[in-house]
Write a protein that binds this ligand. Structure first.
Ligand code: NAD
Length: 248
C-alpha cells in the first residue's frame, strides 16, 4: 500500500530529467499524488513518450539544464503552464565510466555543466520564485558517489559532492521559508545503470550491497514524495542516502 500525502494535491512541481529513470518515476509519483507536474528533459522524443504514458501530466518542456537560456525559458513556460512552483526535483544528470587519465577536459566540463551547473541554474530560478511566496521545497539528486570515492567516475563524484554542499548551503540561506535537501541514491536500476553495467557486473555489485539488490526508481520517488510532504517539515540542509545499506 503506497502512502499518500494529501498536502501534495495541487502542488506545482517541476522534475528535471523527467523523461527517464528516477525522474520519470518521480513524475509518475507526484502525478499520482494529485500534483501539477511539469517535466523537463533534453530528450524531446522521450518527453513525448512520457506525455503519452502519464496522461495526468500538466506539461513537458524541452530544457537543457546546462544552458542558462534554456533553463530561464523553461521556467517561464512553467509559469505559463502551472502558474509558478512549490517543489523542484532537480534530478537531471549524466555519468561516464572512464579512467581519470582518459577523462579529457571536454568530458569534465560536460559532466560539471549538467550535474552541477544545471543544479545551480534550476535552483536559481526556483528560489527566486519561492522566496517571495515564503514557501517551497527544493530537492536534488546527488549520489553516494558524492559522499565517498569511487574509481572511474572522478568527474561525476566531484560534481555530486558539489551538489551536496550546494544543497546544504542553500538550505541555510533559505531557512526558515524553504527546505532544501539532496538525496544520495546508491545503485538504482535505470537506463543509466543499464548502459554502463553488464548483467555480470550487476550481479557482482548486488552481492556487495547489504540489501543484495539495486534500488527501483520508484523507491527513490517515494523518498522524494516524503521529503516534499509536511511529514518532513523539520528536515532541511541534509543529504540522505538511499542505498540499501551500502554506505553504512
Ligand atoms: P537516466 O539516464 O535514466 O535519466 C536521466 C535523464 O536526464 C534522461 O532522461 C536524460 O535525457 C536527462 N538529461 C541528461 N542530460 C540532460 C540535460 N542537459 N538537460 C536536461 N535533461 C538531461 O538516469 P537516472 O539513473 O534516472 O539518473 C537520474 C539522476 O540520478 C542523475 O542525476 C544521476 O546522476 C542520479 N543517480 C543515479 C543513480 C543510479 O544508480 N541510476 C545513482 C545515484 C544517482
Amino acid at each position: 500500500m503506497v502512502k499518500k500525502y494529501e498536502e501534495l494535491k495541487g502542488k506545482r512541481v517541476v522534475v528535471t530529467g523527467g523523461a527517464s529513470g528516477i525522474g520519470k518515476a518521480t513524475v509518475q509519483r507526484f502525478v499520482d499524488e494529485g500534483a501539477k507536474v511539469v517535466a523537463f528533459d533534453i530528450n524531446e522524443k522521450a518527453l513525448e513518450a512520457v506525455k503519452a504514458e502519464i496522461p495526468g501530466l500538466a506539461g513537458t518542456v524541452a530544457v537543457d539544464v546546462s544552458s542558462e537560456e534554456s533553463v530561464v525559458n523553461g521556467f517561464k513556460k512553467v509559469d505559463e503552464l502551472i502558474g509558478g512552483i512549490d517543489v523542484l526535483v532537480s534530478n537531471a544528470g549524466i555519468s561516464v565510466r572512464k579512467k581519470f587519465v582518459e577523462t579529457d577536459f571536454a568530458q569534465w566540463r560536460k559532466v560539471m555543466g549538467i550535474n552541477l551547473d544545471g543544479m545551480f541554474l534550476c535552483c536559481k530560478e526556483a528560489v527566486s520564485r519561492m522566496m517571495p511566496q515564503k514557501s517551497g521545497v527544493i530537492l536534488m539528486t546527488a549520489s553516494t558517489n558524492g559522499m565517498e570515492g569511487h574509481p572511474y567516475y572522478t568527474d561525476y563524484n566531484a560534481s555530486k559532492a558539489g551538489v551536496i554542499l550546494l544543497g546544504r548551503s542553500l538550505a541555510l540561506e533559505c531557512a526558515p521559508y524553504l527546505r532544501v535537501n539532496s538525496v544520495c541514491p546508491g545503485y538504482v536500476l535505470t537506463p543509466m545503470q543499464r548502459a554502463e553495467y553488464t548483467d555480470e557486473m550487476l550481479a557482482v555489485v548486488n552481492e556487495g550491497i547489504p540489501m543484495k539488490r539495486h534500488a527501483e526508481p520508484e523507491e527513490v520517488a517515494a523518498l522524494y514524495a516524503f521529503l516534499a510532504s509536511d511529514e518532513a517539515k523539520y528536515i532541511t540542509g541534509q543529504h540522505i542516502p538511499i542505498d540499501g545499506g551500502e554506505t553504512a
